[in-house]
Design a protein around this ligand. Structure first.
Ligand code: HH2
Length: 258
């Protein structure tokens, strides 16, 4: 899954694809590089990000989704807001990728009605507050129980294709992120396909550059690849990535031993 942020403020590529033509060109380029799905988002969820009003988010994402669907691409819409999801689904999007686990009333019913897929992600708190000293008794247990509860709610609402995602970096310390990636097999054992998104996230910068001198987003590719290959080995079925070509090469090499 290639990341396409149509936002001014995403943490690693904010502002690069706010322009319609640039966004569509980047989506097509990622598909060319081997992305099976393009994840279009119109609101940054980086720690501390300000919420975006609904109409702005629709205006940013809808034309891009429509253009990519017209080109034959499989598109997901990264949103927590049912009206934004509806606009994208009306344009032919395949999946709603909801970082809040589809807790907004009406979201699950909408996805069921449109016969779309959903990705349910775990987040502790909101993007504004989530990195303020997150604590868990047992992070894997807690995230697993949450995802199971949300996936069962989605199925009860009539959604036919459900994906789950531990939400790397969403209300988690470095150690929580490492533990969750290492527990991909335990999450996969629930039976729903698992999506993992560690791409360029700040814990990778802290590990590879050090706590005092974290590596900036543009120097996090190697760390991202190692984290994602580990998740893939443990059963992740989709990886949400900014650097598609590098991931295709790394995955091809990794599978040479299979
Ligand atoms: N991470 C981000 C956004 N959406 N969706 C899923 N399912 N899983 C993730 O891990 C995930 C996600 C954050 O990354 P990015 O889109 O690059 O940044 P921003 O939220 O600042 O736009």
């Amino acid at each position: 899954m290639g990341v396409l942020n149509v936002t001014p403020d995403s943490f690693s590529d904010g502002g690069q694809f706010l322009d319609f033509d640039k966004a569509v060109a980047h989506g097509l380029a990622m598909a060319e590089e081997g992305a099976d799905v393009i994840d279009v988002g119109g609101e940054s969820t980086r720690p501390g990000a300000d919420p975006v009003i609904v109409q702005d988010e629709v205006d940013r994402t809808r034309p891009v989704v429509a253009a990519l669907v017209r080109q034959g691409l499989k598109v997901s819409i990264d949103t927590m807001k049912p009206p934004v999801a509806r606009a994208a689904l009306d344009e032919g999007a395949w999946m709603v990728n909801d970082v809040s686990g589809a807790r907004t009333p009406g979201m699950l019913g909408l996805v069921a009605e449109k016969e779309a897929a959903i990705c349910l992600m775990h987040m502790k708190g909101t993007p504004r507050t989530m990195q303020q000293q997150p604590e868990y008794e047992d992070v894997v247990q807690e995230v697993g129980e949450y995802l199971k509860e949300r996936a069962e709610a989605a199925e009860a609402a009539g959604v036919k294709e459900v994906w789950i995602d531990p939400g790397i970096g969403f209300g988690k310390t470095t150690q929580h992120n490492l533990d969750l990636i290492d527990a991909t097999d335990r999450l996969a054992a629930f039976g729903w396909p698992v999506l993992v998104g560690a791409s360029r996230k700040s814990f990778i910068g802290r590990i590879t550059g050090g706590e005092d001198n974290p590596a900036p987003a543009e120097h996090r590719l190697e760390g991202t690849l190692v984290a994602h290959l580990r998740a893939a080995e443990l059963g992740a079925r989709m990886l949400r990535v900014h650097d598609v070509a590098a991931h295709r090469r790394a995955l091809a090499m990794n599978s040479a031993w299979a």
